[in-house]
Design a protein around this ligand. Structure first.
Ligand SMILES: Cc1cc2nc3c(=O)[nH]c(=O)nc-3n(C[C@H](O)[C@H](O)[C@H](O)COP(=O)(O)OP(=O)(O)OC[C@H]3O[C@@H](n4cnc5c(N)ncnc54)[C@H](O)[C@@H]3O)c2cc1C
Length: 437
C-alpha cells in the first residue's frame, strides 16, 4: 500500500447512500451488523431530494387494501424475471414501510391515487430522518469516495473495495459482506453514472441493457409546435406490430419535442424496449375514452345535427380543449375552410374526425434520455440473484438492492418502495445468514 492509501475494515460495506443503501444500513445496524456506507457524493440521498417534485413520493398505499397485498404490489414491477420482486415484497411491503418510517419518526400522509409522502411534504425530511437514524446508530458514511474497483477473494477479508477521493487519493476498504446499492443510470448528476454496473460485471454479473423508464416520448409529428403546452385527459395506447401492448389513462401534455404526462411516463418503458430492439412504435391517443367508437359517432352526428349552423371549429367548444381544435382541423384537412358549417361536413371528413378522436396516432421516434428519466429499466440480471434474499449466486457475500438490478416500478412511489423493500430484505437476509453460521 503506498503512502496515499488508507484502509478501513467493516463486517458489511454498502456502496451507495440512496434509498436502498440507507434502508439497508439502518436495518443491518438494528440487526447487530457492523455496517458502513461508501458514497461518491458529499451527502446522502441526493436523488431522493429530487423525487416527487421535491415532496418524495415514498410509497403508494393503493395496493395495500386488498387481501393479497404483495401480489397486487408486485404487479407494479417489471423485470425479465416477472416473478422476482414478489418474494421480496412479501417480506417488506407498503405496510412495513409505513410502520418503519413511523418508527424512525417520519409519519406519512396519503394524497392523490394512494401516493404517500412525508407529512411535511418535503423530500429533505426523508434525508434528515435517515441522517439522524445513521447518527443514532453510529453508522459511518465515507463521503466523496467513488468506488472504482471491487476485488473478491475466497479468503478473509473477502472484499477489497478501492475508492478514489476528490483529491485523487486512493482509499481501500475491506469487508466480509458487500451490498451494491449504486442505482441505475437516471439523473447522472445525482451520482448514478452506471459505475455500479461495471463493478457488478467485474464480479462476474451480467447486465441487461438499461433503457430510460418513466420518461417523456419524442414524436415525429408535424404540428408539435402548435400543440406544445396543451394538456388534456386522454387514454394512451402503445402499439407495436399492430397490437396494443399497454394502455394508460390520465393527463397528457404535448411538448415541443413530443409528449409527456403521467400516462405517457407510465407507457414509456414499453416504448423504450421496443424502440431499442428496432421495432416501429406507435402511440395512439383516445380523446374520448369514456365513449365507445359507436357512441362517439352517435354523439357527434347528433351534435352536428343540432348545431348544423355552427362552424366545425365552434362545434367542438366545450367538448375538447379549444387549443387542440386547429390541429384536428388540419388532420381532417379542412383547416383551409374556417367557415365550413357542420351541416356541410362530408361523410369522408366526418369519418376522419371519428378516427382522430378515438385513434389519434403518432410515430414514436425515441424517449428522452436518462437525464430526464425517473428510473432505469434493465440492469443486473436477477437470474444471477437468489430469490427472496438478493444474494448473488456467483459471489458469496455480495447482495444487490435497489435500481441497480433489473427491476423497475411504475410511476407513483413504486421505485422508492423497491429501494426500501430490497434494502431491507438484503439486510435481513444477511442477518439470517449470520445467525445460521
Ligand atoms: C427526478 C426523479 C424523480 C423521482 N421521483 C420518484 C418518486 O417520487 N417516487 C418513487 O418511488 N421514485 C421516484 N424516482 C425514482 C427513485 O428515486 C429511484 O428509483 C430510487 O431513488 C433508486 O434508489 P437506489 O438506492 O437504488 O439508487 P439511488 O438513489 O440512485 O442511489 C445510488 C447511490 O449510489 C451512489 N453511487 C453510485 N455509484 C457509486 C460508486 N461507484 N461509488 C460510490 N457511490 C456510488 C450514488 O451517488 C447514489 O447516491 C424518481 C427519480 C428521479 C430521477
Amino acid at each position: 500500500m503506498n503512502k496515499n492509501q488508507t484502509s478501513k475494515h467493516h463486517q458489511l460495506i454498502i456502496i451507495g447512500a440512496g434509498g436502498a443503501g440507507l434502508m439497508a444500513a439502518v436495518t443491518a445496524r438494528d440487526l447487530g451488523i457492523d455496517a458502513a456506507i461508501i458514497e461518491g457524493n458529499d451527502r446522502i440521498g441526493k436523488k431522493v431530494l429530487t423525487t416527487g417534485n421535491g415532496r418524495c413520493n415514498i410509497t403508494n398505499e393503493s395496493t395495500a387494501m386488498g387481501t393479497d397485498e404483495a401480489v397486487a404490489l408486485s404487479r407494479k414491477y417489471h423485470s425479465n424475471q416477472t416473478g422476482f420482486p414478489l418474494p421480496v415484497l412479501q417480506q417488506f411491503g407498503v405496510r412495513q414501510t409505513i410502520d418503519l418510517f413511523s418508527t424512525l419518526g417520519l409519519p406519512l400522509i396519503s394524497l392523490e391515487d394512494g401516493r404517500m409522502y412525508p407529512m411535511s411534504l418535503q423530500a429533505a425530511s426523508v434525508l434528515d430522518i435517515f441522517q439522524l437514524a445513521l447518527e443514532d446508530r453510529n453508522v459511518p458514511v465515507y463521503f466523496k469516495n467513488k468506488v472504482v474497483d471491487v476485488i473478491f477473494s475466497p479468503n478473509h477479508p473477502r472484499f477489497t473495495i478501492k475508492c478514489r477521493t476528490e483529491s485523487e487519493e486512493q482509499v481501500v476498504y475491506t469487508s466480509e459482506y458487500l451490498f451494491l446499492c449504486t442505482g441505475g443510470l437516471t439523473a447522472p448528476k445525482t451520482g448514478t453514472d452506471g459505475s455500479g454496473y461495471v463493478l457488478a460485471e467485474r464480479l462476474g454479473h451480467t447486465l441487461i441493457s438499461p433503457v430510460p423508464g418513466i420518461v417523456q416520448l419524442k414524436l415525429d409529428y408535424p404540428y408539435l409546435k402548435e400543440l406544445s403546452g396543451i394538456k388534456f385527459e386522454g387514454l394512451g395506447h402503445i402499439i407495436v406490430r399492430g397490437e396494443v401492448i399497454r394502455s394508460e389513462y390520465g393527463e397528457i401534455l404535448f411538448t415541443d419535442y413530443g409528449i409527456s404526462g403521467p400516462p405517457i411516463l407510465q407507457l414509456s418503458r414499453k416504448a423504450a424496449y421496443h424502440l431499442g430492439s428496432g421495432e416501429a412504435v406507435t402511440l395512439s391517443v383516445d380523446l374520448m375514452p369514456g365513449r365507445t367508437e359507436e357512441e362517439v359517432v352517435e354523439f357527434l352526428d347528433m351534435h352536428w345535427g343540432i348545431f348544423g349552423h355552427r362552424t366545425v371549429a365552434d362545434s367542438f367548444i366545450g367538448i375538447l380543449n379549444k387549443k387542440l381544435v386547429p390541429v384536428l382541423l388540419k388532420e381532417a384537412e379542412i383547416d383551409q375552410q374556417p367557415h365550413l358549417l357542420c351541416q356541410d361536413l362530408s361523410w369522408k371528413t366526418k369519418k376522419k374526425f371519428y378516427r382522430i378522436l378515438k385513434h389519434w396516432e403518432f410515430k414514436v421516434t425515441d424517449t428522452n434520455s436518462f437525464t430526464n428519466a425517473q428510473t432505469t429499466a434493465g440492469g443486473i440480471d436477477t437470474v444471477e440473484l437468489k430469490e427472496g434474499t438478493l444474494e448473488s449466486k456467483l459471489v458469496p457475500g455480495l447482495y444487490l438492492a435497489g435500481e441497480v438490478m433489473d427491476v423497475d416500478g411504475d410511476c407513483g412511489g413504486y421505485n422508492l418502495q423497491w429501494a426500501w423493500s430490497s434494502g431491507y430484505v438484503a439486510a435481513m437476509s444477511l442477518a439470517k445468514h449470520l445467525s445460521s453460521v
